[in-house]
Design a protein around this ligand. Structure first.
Ligand code: HEM
Length: 402
């Protein structure tokens, strides 16, 4: 029997549903995969993806980190953001943000995170609710917008904007007209808030970013301008809300599939951080990040020419059986030192919000364990999102069992 042609399409049902079987074939049959349809390359083996994330000289972020931007030759005007920077610019911006995102500053948010988690969990009907729509979607966006200093009544609007801008129909590479309009509106919304904070500072991220200074290579200092801050706020909204939503939504789904693992958490809450790491490994909400090749790369007998989009697929590397024992097994007790988990990225762009992401997810799991020690999911009713680079559930219908 001849095998079906190996095709990885990041804008297909296969990707939206978690393309783990396709990734396995890519690792085995085409470790440097080339997409004829979209003209991009993809790395899938852990031994290739992890070093590529670190090698920013070869794999640049400065032309964008999704296919649409890299193909278009760069980031659209006005969408300045740390995630689209290479050193030295990236180093300057990251060191500034590290001063604002200190472990202490994140720890100080804990009571607020608990309050947001409880606010939404206390509203759901145990007899039947949608774990994503009613719980995992609304709380993370409120956490990040509260930290930023966005008035609470606008938080859910921000989420709907992000959903729209990440949404993709099958085969759709670029943002829709509507999404582009929304991106402009989002930028203007934040720009306006920055102006307000300049006039009247508060104890929030906007005010801290206004006060912070970047140190340039020559030692001189500069402040962030309003467009820098609005761009960063847009990124935080997307990076900080969508991903936690997907991780916790997936937790509800995965633990219903693996009740023995849920029982382990019920028996021993100290396993929660390990469970968060396993969720990040098993199905990372951000499946891949795109880079632009800055030179010809020779790897596994293939040449990636300079100037091409290259997908670094962490979602595949995290399931690579050469890196992990029983890579396809969901096991909250697994040996986490076996390989680098790429769920929160790696190298200079590794997730700035990692501590916050871990804290939010751990608190959500803790409260879910209290709220629904036994529960069932209507698997037939579960629906996946259709998004660029993000995988996860749109709906996970749950009933709490007595
Ligand atoms: C489960 C939740 C999360 C996941 C899976 C996740 C994943 C990632 C990944 C894979 C990257 C690397 C992007 C790249 O290499 O191009 C990244 C970067 C980033 N994340 Fe997260 N993230 C999460 C939560 C958060 C939160 C809560 C925040 C907000 C505070 C945040 C803010 C950022 C920022 C600002 C960057 C860019 C860092 C840089 O370019 O130096 N993320 N994240």
């Amino acid at each position: 029997m001849t095998k079906a042609k190996l095709v990885f399409d990041p804008f297909s049902e296969d990707f939206f549903n978690g393309a783990y079987e396709t990734y396995r074939r890519m690792r085995d049959e085409a470790p440097v995969y080339y997409s004829e349809e979209y003209d991009f390359y993809a790395l899938t083996r852990h031994e290739d993806v992890a070093p590529a994330f670190k090698d920013f000289e070869t794999y640049s972020s400065a032309y964008g980190v999704d296919l649409s931007m890299v193909k278009a030759g760069g980031v659209p005007e006005g969408q300045k953001s740390i995630i689209f920077m290479d050193p030295p610019q990236h180093r300057q911006m990251r060191s500034l943000l590290n001063k604002v995102f200190t472990p202490r500053a994140i720890e100080a948010q804990k009571p607020m995170v608990i309050a947001k988690v409880q606010k939404y969990l206390s509203r759901v009907d145990p007899e039947g609710f949608d774990a994503v729509q009613e719980f995992t979607a609304p709380f993370p966006v409120e956490v990040i917008t509260t930290m930023l200093g966005v008035p609470e009544e606008h938080a859910q609007q921000v989420r709907l904007w992000i959903d729209e801008s990440l949404h993709r129909e099958i085969g759709q590479v670029d943002n829709s007209e509507k999404a582009m309009q929304i991106n402009i509106e989002t930028g203007m919304f934040y720009y306006d808030l920055v102006q307000k904070r300049r006039a009247e500072p508060k104890d929030d991220l906007f005010s801290k970013l206004i006060a912070a200074e970047v140190e340039r290579e020559d030692g001189t200092k500069a402040k962030l301008d309003d467009i820098d801050i609005a761009g960063f706020a847009t990124l935080l909204g997307a990076a900080g809300a969508e991903t936690v939503t997907k991780l916790v939504g997936n937790a509800v789904y995965m633990f219903a599939k693996h009740p023995d693992q849920w029982q382990k958490l019920l028996d021993d809450r100290s396993k929660i951080p390990g469970a968060v790491e396993e969720l990040l490994r098993y199905e990372p909400p951000a499946q891949y990040n795109v880079r632009r090749s800055m030179r010809d790369v020779h790897l596994h007998g293939t040449t990636i020419p300079e100037g091409k989009p290259v997908f670094l697929i962490g979602g595949s590397a995290n399931r690579d059986h050469l890196a992990w024992t029983d890579a396809d097994k969901f096991d909250i007790d697994r040996d986490r030192t076996e390989a680098q988990n790429l769920g929160l990225g790696y190298g200079i762009h590794s997730c700035l919000g990692a501590a916050l992401a871990r804290m939010e997810s751990a608190i959500a799991l803790e409260k879910l364990l209290d709220f629904m020690p036994r529960y069932e999911v209507d698997f037939e009713g579960c629906q996946r999102v259709h998004m660029q680079n993000v995988v996860g559930w749109q709906n996970v219908p749950v009933k709490v069992l007595r």
